[in-house]
Design a protein around this ligand. Structure first.
Ligand SMILES: *Cc1c(COP(=O)(O)O)cnc(C)c1O
Length: 474
């Protein structure tokens, strides 16, 4: 086709684009107008029209097909997506327990009840029932954190990134912070130790090499300007081979001998040992405090198994300084989070950490997982039998699960699952896309061209949800 012919086609196509009035009078638009309002529908049509014009100019549209059909097809897809809830429940069948993209830690029913009750009415968020005066939101959990960690004081903020930022801003602004080169961690792109140090107003002094940092490296870097020695948990990576790092005890002794603060970003924040054979031992917050760390920061929704938040535990004097910092106001935790966190902490206090889903999933034993895989296998087979589908192979299989959340990056956590192999022509990726499009979307693992539902991360009711997805697909 020549240049001029193409141009004619294009002009013809563009001229045939329907007007807004025409579009708004289409019968299927009425319901969407009721759901979202006329202005929103108009703005979405405008988005589609801009897109269609651009596609036509870039050669991405079939200029010989009816324009109205193309516009309607695109608009229906966009509008149905925008009309449905965006943040919705999914089934995590990936076997990754602390799955950051899927919301990290699910909460137990007792925590949900507390969230609903705090959110549905008024609460004692900043109110003291004893004297009818103003109270402090932090007070609901501070004693519990102190009790569970041995710290003198504790403060909660929006997340661990906030806890690190607040701690540094309150203790090291315009001063130097000594940190090992091997611990300059990046967590999920947006949290990088060098950047957070710079943002807090502190000056980073990186010492040692990637694989080895010695006590003398820290000692030699201390100047009049030094305020803090910082230790960072290398959560999501592991340096192996010829390595050396300095123990907490030695760093604490050095810091205190020189009148410095010893701070640790612990990341996950275990409150008690996990005691899972396949996972090595990780320090708890209490271990850090006992080793002489002045300030420990950690997440609420990683291995701790609570809501998204960050916690600072440690010296009363230093945490007092943080209470007076303006940043705290910007990082403060809301009532729903506090309500859930308090319940989670009380479960630890009672010795009932097995009631916390994240902890329970990590501790789930081989037999439990195997039985759950058998149950899921049976449920899927009965859907397939009912629909007389014989071409899909369903069997339980051993799996490799993962802790996730940047914890235990190299540990293999053996688990169980159910694998599905599709008849010819349907790739596992295609089938996974169908699972994601179900009423309750299911996010599976994929291994060697097969769909694998890892059962470790399934919650109450998820076997029925997966069966429901199968009913929908087949
Ligand atoms: C996860 C992690 C963070 C960030 O915590 P958020 O709660 O996600 O803000 C910071 N430091 C370390 C070492 C971590 O593992």
């Amino acid at each position: 086709m020549g240049f001029w012919a193409m141009k004619d086609d294009l002009q013809h196509f563009l001229r045939a684009i329907p007007s807004m009035d025409e579009l708004l009078s289409l019968p299927w638009v009425e319901q969407l107008e009721i759901e979202m309002g006329r202005e929103a529908v108009k703005s979405m049509f405008n988005e589609v029209l801009t897109d269609v014009r651009r596609m036509a100019r870039d050669g991405g549209a079939d200029l010989s097909s009816p324009v109205l059909d193309l516009v309607c097809e695109q608009a229906k897809r966009l509008m149905s997506r925008r009309a449905s809830a965006s943040l919705t429940r999914v089934v995590n069948a990936t076997g990754v327990v602390v799955h950051t993209n899927l919301g990290r830690s699910p909460l137990p029913d007792v925590a949900l009840e507390a969230v609903v009750s705090a959110a549905a009415g008024y609460s004692t968020l900043e109110y003291s029932l004893e004297d009818g005066m103003r109270g402090h939101r932090n007070a609901h959990v501070e004693w519990l954190v102190k009790q569970l960690t041995g710290a003198q004081a504790a403060l909660v903020v929006n997340n661990n990134a906030g806890a690190v930022l607040l701690s540094l801003a309150a203790t090291a602004r315009a001063r130097e912070v000594v940190v090992s080169t091997g611990e300059l961690v990046e967590i999920g792109g947006s949290f990088r130790i060098p950047d957070i140090l710079a943002f807090s107003g502190a000056k980073m002094v990186a010492v040692g090499c990637t694989n080895c940092t010695h006590l003398r490296d820290y000692r030699d870097a201390i100047t009049e300007e030094t305020a803090v020695i910082l230790k960072v948990h290398p959560s999501n990576y592991k340096i192996e081979g010829f390595t050396e790092s300095v123990s907490r005890e030695d760093l604490a002794a050095l810091a205190h001998e020189r009148g410095l603060i010893f701070m640790e970003d612990l990341g996950s924040g275990l409150l008690e040992p996990l005691n899972v054979r396949d996972l090595g031992s990780e320090p708890t917050v209490r271990d850090c405090i006992e080793a002489g760390v002045d300030i420990v920061t950690f997440s609420g929704d990683k291995l701790l198994g609570g809501p998204q938040m960050g916690c600072v535990a440690g010296s009363a004097e230093l945490i007092g300084r943080m209470r007076g910092n303006q940043l705290l106001r910007a990082l403060r935790v809301d009532k729903m989070t506090l309500a859930a966190f308090e319940v989670i902490l009380r479960l630890y206090l009672k010795g009932k950490s097995d009631d916390i889903p994240t902890v329970a999933m990590l501790r789930a034993d081989d037999r439990t997982l195997r039985e759950r895989a058998e149950a899921l296998c049976g449920a899927i087979r009965s859907v397939l039998d009912k629909k007389s589908i014989a071409s899909v192979d369903v069997e339980s299989t051993a799996t490799d699960d993962a802790v996730g959340g940047g914890s235990y990056p190299t540990s293999r956590l053996p688990g169980w699952g159910v694998s599905l192999s599709m008849p010819g022509g349907v790739s596992a990726e295609k089938f996974a896309a169908r699972l994601r499009a179900c009423r309750v979307p299911v996010v599976p693992g994929i291994r060697e061209g097969k769909i694998v539902f890892h059962v470790r991360t399934l919650q109450k009711g998820d076997i029925e949800r997966i069966s429901g997805a199968m009913e929908q697909i087949f």
